[in-house]
Design a protein around this ligand. Structure first.
Ligand code: ADP
Ligand code: MG
Length: 343
C-alpha cells in the first residue's frame, strides 16, 4: 500500500469516524475536526467545565508490541478515569499523536479501540495534532478530555473529614501482578473508567481519586491534599484483610503460587487500576451499598480517616484482630507508588 501522509490520516481515518453516533454534533454550535480549532457548545446552566490531560509514551507506559486496539482504548480510558474521579460527565476530547509512520493496519486497530470507547462514553474526538517522528523516537499519544460537572460540586482530593469511611471500587492488584509476569490482563489493557460511579457519588463522597499509581500512593495524595484544610494532620487506618483482591491474584493465592500477604501487597501498591478510592461519612453507608448494587460494581469499605498528631499523612494497616500487620509488609506498602522522576 502506498504510504499515507498526515492529511490522509486525518481525512480518511479520523474525520469520517469521529462524529458517528455522537449527540454532541446535534448542536448547531458544535464543530469538530477540520477547521483551525474545534467549537464546544456552551454547557447547560448549572454546570462547569472540567479538563484533564494524560499521555501514553512508548517504552514508558506501553510496550512497542502492544495490541493497538487496547492502546487506543486505554489512552481515552485513563483520561475518562480522571473525569470519573471528579464526578464529571464526558463532553469531548482531542488527540495529539506523535508517530514514526502511518501504518494503516495498526491505526485501524488503534482507532477501533479509541472510537468504540468514545461512542460508548458519548465523548467525541473533536480535534488534535499529528506529528511525524524520526525512526528511533518513541511514539506517544496524548488525550485532552473536556467534561462537565454540576457547578461547585466536583469531587476533590481535599475533602476528607476525620471519621470518614474509605471505600474502593472493584478489585485490586491484578494489573500490577500481570506486569510482574509479563502477561496480558483485562484490567491492565482494557481499563473501564468508573464514570457512572463518580457521577453517583456527587453530593455523597467527601473526596475521591482514581487509582493509577497504586492505592497506598493515592491515599497519601488524599491525606496530603486534605490535611492542609485541617488543624490536625489526617491519617488513615486500613484493614489488610478487607483489600479486595483481583480474580487472578485470588486464583494465584488459591493455587499457592503467591502468598496471601504478597497478593495484598500487589493490591495495596499496584498501579494501572483505574478504580476509584473515595471517602464518605458513615451515615451514608447504605446509600453507597445501594449504588454498588445498582451498578453491579463491588464497593468495599477498607478503612477510615482519623486525626494524627505525630506523623503526617500516615497509613496504618491492621489485621482482622486489629493488630498492626508485620512491619516489613507495612514498609513495602509505604514505599509503593510511582514517581515518574524518582524511579
Ligand atoms: P493546524 O496545523 O492548523 O493545527 P492541522 O493540520 O494540525 O491544522 O489539523 C487539521 C485539522 O485536523 C484540525 O481540525 C485538527 O484538530 C485535526 N487533527 C489533526 N490531527 C489530529 C488528531 N491526531 N486527532 C484529531 N484531530 C486531528
Ligand atoms: Mg496542528
Amino acid at each position: 500500500m502506498a504510504s499515507l501522509g498526515e492529511f490522509d490520516f486525518i481525512g480518511q481515518f479520523l474525520k469520517s469516524q469521529a462524529a458517528q453516533g455522537q449527540p454532541f454534533f446535534d448542536s448547531p454550535l458544535a464543530l469538530g475536526i477540520g477547521d483551525d480549532a474545534a467549537l464546544v457548545p456552551p454547557l447547560p446552566a448549572g454546570e462547569q467545565m472540567v479538563m484533564a490531560t494524560d499521555m501514553l509514551v512508548e517504552g514508558r507506559h506501553y510496550r512497542s508490541d502492544v495490541d493497538p486496539e487496547s492502546l487506543g482504548h486505554k489512552v481515552l480510558a485513563v483520561n475518562l478515569s480522571d473525569l470519573a474521579a471528579m464526578g464529571a460527565r464526558p463532553v469531548a476530547f482531542t488527540l495529539a499523536a506523535a508517530m514514526r509512520s502511518i501504518d494503516p493496519d495498526w491505526l485501524t486497530a488503534f482507532l477501533k479501540g479509541l472510537f468504540t470507547l468514545a461512542r460508548k462514553s458519548q465523548c467525541p474526538l473533536i480535534g488534535g495534532d499529528t506529528v511525524g517522528l524520526n525512526a528511533d523516537a518513541p511514539q506517544s499519544f496524548t488525550v485532552t478530555v473536556i467534561g462537565a460537572v454540576p457547578r461547585g460540586k466536583a469531587l476533590l482530593r481535599s475533602g476528607l473529614q476525620p471519621g470518614d469511611d474509605l471505600w474502593v471500587s472493584g478489585s485490586l492488584g491484578d494489573a500490577a501482578f500481570a506486569v510482574s509476569r509479563w502477561v496480558p490482563d483485562v484490567k491492565l489493557d482494557w481499563p473501564d473508567p468508573r464514570l457512572a460511579l463518580g457521577h453517583r457519588l456527587l453530593g455523597l463522597a467527601t473526596a475521591a481519586i482514581d487509582i493509577s499509581d497504586g492505592l497506598s500512593a493515592e491515599l497519601r495524595h488524599l491525606l496530603a491534599a486534605s490535611s492542609t484544610r485541617h488543624s490536625n494532620n489526617l491519617a488513615a487506618s486500613l484493614e489488610w484483610q478487607m483489600l479486595p483482591l483481583g480474580p487472578s491474584l485470588r486464583a494465584a493465592v488459591d493455587t499457592q503460587t503467591v502468598t496471601e500477604d504478597r497478593a495484598r501487597v500487589f493490591a495495596a501498591t499496584g498501579g494501572d487500576e483505574y478504580e476509584l478510592l473515595f471517602a464518605a461519612a458513615p451515615s451514608v453507608r447504605d446509600q453507597i451499598a445501594a449504588i454498588g448494587k445498582d451498578l453491579s460494581l463491588t464497593l468495599t469499605r477498607i478503612g477510615c480517616v482519623n486525626t494524627e498528631s505525630v506523623a503526617s499523612c500516615a497509613i496504618r494497616w491492621s489485621d482482622s484482630q486489629g493488630q498492626p500487620i508485620r512491619a516489613e509488609l507495612a514498609a513495602e506498602c509505604a514505599q509503593g507508588g510511582f514517581d515518574h522522576f524518582k524511579s
